[in-house]
Design a protein around this ligand. Structure first.
Ligand code: UFG
Length: 326
């Protein structure tokens, strides 16, 4: 299959593009390198430097290549930022996705895999969260993902598009040469590693008064390689003419303090930590039920151990102290 990977130079997109290549697919990465990295591009893939806002460049890309499917990773991802800049999130994460979907239809590309998010649920009323839980986002980021999911239903029923909406929980971990490098970094595991390495400030724990056993938030960390596996399976599913919306999580929750302790254990160094107030909009607990993905896609997350996840992130960061920069 020939797959257009929009955002294929970013953290999750680059690992998925690699997995697609390894599975024998032809890959064209379309990325503006605003948050992605040229060094993360999958070997053997074709690279088109372009912005998702640039409809002409996208159109040209569809004209040159005959794609069988599109994967979309080019979303903005910071919930906090989306509260300050909702318009930016709705333009990037909704409007430009509509342009992309319309181009797909125009060029008869009928298979789409979409990076959605656990943020569509907002504050869940039960744990683990399954796909029947109410979707009630608490920030424009989550809303933008939910809007696209809703649009996809209509593209499916009215235009025949086959799609997979994959609701990621907390993507984490690394491969030997592809890891997490956001600028600015906002995620717990890389920030904790940076503080251990003296490459960032002491790690601030955002709230120790949550109704959880140790008072800190609990999240479901899913290894980026397991996410990539799910994308390959989702591609096969949509290619067989079916659509699916499902969670991708490892099914186990870990608290902020447990993650910090694990970084300390794996690195063998003390983690400089300060306790701070809650971060606005953080739900206390987010843990997925991934039963649907297991049943419908036949997916099994293989790296569910927190130690393995943190270890892989530690290994990548220690061997790439400057990220992808030389
Ligand atoms: N945290 C800290 N200190 C920090 C950074 C984070 O205590 O310096 C805490 C947060 O409060 C939260 C947990 O660590 O409780 C995880 O925070 P992250 O910022 O790493 O991730 P989020 O859970 O906020 O969000 C991530 C993705 C979203 C996605 C969500 C789904 O960034 O895009 O997971 O669960 F929607």
């Amino acid at each position: 299959m020939k797959v257009l990977v929009v955002g294929g130079a970013g953290y999750i997109g680059s690992v998925a593009a690699r997995a697609l290549r390894d599975a024998g697919h032809d890959v064209v990465v379309y990325d503006n390198l605003s948050t992605g990295h040229e060094e993360a591009l999958s070997r053997g893939s074709v690279f088109v430097r372009g912005d998702i806002a640039d409809a002409q460049r996208l159109e040209e890309t569809f004209r040159v290549h005959q794609f069988d499917a599109v994967m979309h990773f080019a979303g903005l991802i910071q919930a906090g930022e989306s509260m300050r800049l909702p318009g930016l999130y709705f333009a990037n994460n909704v409007v430009y996705v509509i342009t992309l979907l319309n181009l797909m239809l125009k060029h008869s590309v009928m298979n789409f895999v979409f990076s959605s998010s656990a943020a569509v649920y907002g504050n869940p009323d039960r744990i683990p969260i399954d796909e029947s839980a109410p979707t009630c986002p608490t920030n424009p980021y989550g809303e933008s993902k939910l809007i696209v999911e809703r649009l996809l239903k209509w593209y499916g029923s009215q235009c025949g598009l086959n799609y997979a909406s994959l609701r990621y929980f907390n993507a984490a971990g690394a491969t030997d040469d592809l890891g997490e490098e956001h600028n600015p970094e906002t995620h717990l595991i890389p920030l904790t590693i940076n503080s251990v390495l003296g490459m960032g400030p002491d790690l601030t724990i955002y709230g120790t008064d949550y109704p959880t056993p140790d008072g800190t938030c609990i999240r479901d960390y899913i290894h980026v390689l397991d996410l990539a596996d799910a994308h390959i399976l989702a591609l096969e599913k949509v290619f067989s003419g079916e659509s699916i919306t499902c969670n991708l999580g490892n099914g186990t929750g870990f608290s902020v303090k447990e993650v910090i302790d694990m970084v300390g254990r794996v690195s063998g160094k003390p983690v400089p930590v300060v306790e701070g107030p809650r971060r606005h909009g953080d739900p206390a607990v987010l843990v997925a039920s991934s039963d649907k993905a297991k049943e419908v896609l036949g997916w099994r997350p293989k790296r569910t151990d927190l130690e393995e996840i943190v270890e892989s992130a530690w290994r990548w960061k220690s061997s790439h102290p400057n990220g992808f920069r030389k």
